[in-house]
Design a protein around this ligand. Structure first.
Ligand code: FES
Length: 132
């Protein structure tokens, strides 16, 4: 477990998300209306939309660019059959400090490769001229 302190939970308005740069990754932390927190990769694997800026309800965030919809607890894409994002363990302690476990997928999820990375690898493998 790698515990990363992100700051005060009060930096995240209730019902919204905020993006954090963590060890070279962009992570979106969402503060649900019940006060609980959820954390997902912040970059939408469809075309790189900013998930922290998406609309949320109790269970999902909707990407603001093309409305792919991600389960806040698992990171699964639930509306279009798209690639999911990694969900991370996150909580606020008794002082209101947000802690992220960058190495730990949230319960019931497995870390996934970011779809943008997968597309880049696919693009490179199909555009590289190997005939020379
Ligand atoms: S970039 Fe997120 S749905 Fe297209």
């Amino acid at each position: 477990m790698s515990d990363i302190t992100l700051g005060s939970v009060d930096d995240i308005p209730i019902g919204e998300g905020r993006a954090y740069a963590v060890e070279g990754r962009q992570i979106a932390v969402f503060r649900r209306r019940d006060g609980s927190l959820r954390a997902l990769d912040a970059v939408c694997p469809h075309r790189g939309g900013p998930l922290a800026d998406g609309l949320t309800d109790a269970n999902v965030v909707i990407c603001p660019l093309h409305s792919y919809t991600y389960d806040l607890s698992t990171g699964a894409e639930v509306a279009n059959g798209g690639v999911g994002v990694t969900a991370y363990r996150v909580h606020a302690d008794e002082t209101g400090t947000v802690h992220l476990d960058i190495d730990g997928a949230a319960q019931g999820t497995e870390p996934r490769h970011n779809g943008a990375l997968s597309r880049m690898i696919c693009h490179l493998s199909t555009t590289t001229d190997r005939s020379t």
